[in-house]
Design a protein around this ligand. Sequence first.
Ligand SMILES: Nc1ncnc2c1ncn2[C@@H]1O[C@H](COP(=O)(O)OP(=O)(O)OP(=O)(O)O)[C@@H](O)[C@H]1O
Ligand SMILES: [Mg+2]
Length: 440
Amino acid sequence: MARVLVVDDDPQVLKLIEKRLKDFSLITTTSPEEALGLVKEADVLLIDQRMPSMTGLELMEEVHKLYPDKPVIIMTAFGGVEEAVESIKRGAFHYVSKPINFDELTNILKKAVEIVKLKDKLKKLNELLGTDLIAESPAMRRVVETARKVAPFDTTVLITGESGTGKEVLAKFIHKNSRRRKGPFVPVNCSAIPENLLEAELFGYKKGSFSGAYTDKRGIVEEASGGTLFLDEIGDLPLQLQVKVLRLIQEKEIKPIGETKPKKVDVRIVCATNRNLKRLVEEGRFREDLFYRINVIHIHIPPLRERKEDILPLAYFFIKKTAEKFGVETKVLSERARRELLGYDWKGNVRELENTIERSFILSDIKTIDQIYFEEQREDSPVSGSYTGVKPYHVAKEEFERNYLKRLLEVAEGNISKASRLSGKTRAEIYRMMKKYGLR
Ligand SMILES: Nc1ncnc2c1ncn2[C@@H]1O[C@H](COP(=O)(O)OP(=O)(O)OP(=O)(O)O)[C@@H](O)[C@H]1O
Ligand SMILES: [Mg+2]
């Protein structure tokens, strides 16, 4: 049953409410001060406006400082229209006037409870989904569906896909949807750590087990205890460590360097690679037994060029992210920009798209990303070749013309006659330029 906290300085009123509000479990008090301590227990608040120590609205404001989403219903005096209006203005969910019409009050309370439940549900859903994963294409939706299914089981998962396709995001998604969601998510890049350090990093060591081991050190695997260990680039794991990872998966045990007894650890393992593990097995560079152990559930993320439906949703997602990052207004994509995004082959996949959007966001005008600034493709790109700040003349001219035209049209508010007058160009010339630069 939904819980309602009722605050009224008049005990008679509280009694009456207790008698008449049958559909809720009530917590009542005559003291606004005491009420503040009880807010946490209630789904909805019902507060009298006229109380000696503090008005209902004052109490509501105190409540909302701590619980901005708690619905508050204010009880106003008979005919207190101004109080009613004021209470809504200041954030009350609703008001009821005294003497109370209990059918009306019951309805209002039920609505408030419903909204609380809905908000809760939405919050839970968002937490669960790990809101940061965009999947619009059928291919990507299947990927997410599989991930969602395997997440609750503690089984090992292998994620494959080209560089930048989102293997790590998906691993995190699996973690967030598992029973371990409150535990740590610990990524290790097996190819980034030098081979001779990797064992010590992964499994830890005992003081004095080698020169330089001045203290005991917990390994990354232990750090992940209670959570998920993400072994990225598992294909690059040296053979001699593969057997130790195998033991970790099979026995849930590790042996820190210099330790004689194995230690139990509680981790779920998700692996990723952009290499062909089967081929590595054939070449004798990856243990076959480990391959079968990690390959229980295999999820392949297709490259971005094979799921074009994701390009624009991802682009908008990154635009929003960039705007938030820099604390500026968001922007829209011009038709030309959208066409350019869809026509590109994205060898660097989602990561390249993300970088490209950020670059284009910064280099484009306010409000609209009119074109996409690809990394290496243009002759004026600072990335390709040596960057001198001097652009080829025709590039500089085009840039000037485009910016000039944009500003001109802004000032003229899109009125071509006015633009013509201001610029000294004929209307035909302006139309031609607009067409050339895709501006309307
Ligand atoms: N479906 C997606 N929705 C939102 N963001 C994504 C998605 N896929 C990838 N990204 C973003 O793209 C970037 C690259 O993703 P991630 O690091 O997971 O790729 P990866 O496959 O692990 O790449 P690599 O093989 O190079 O390590 C990250 O910033 C990530 O947040
Ligand atoms: Mg990665």
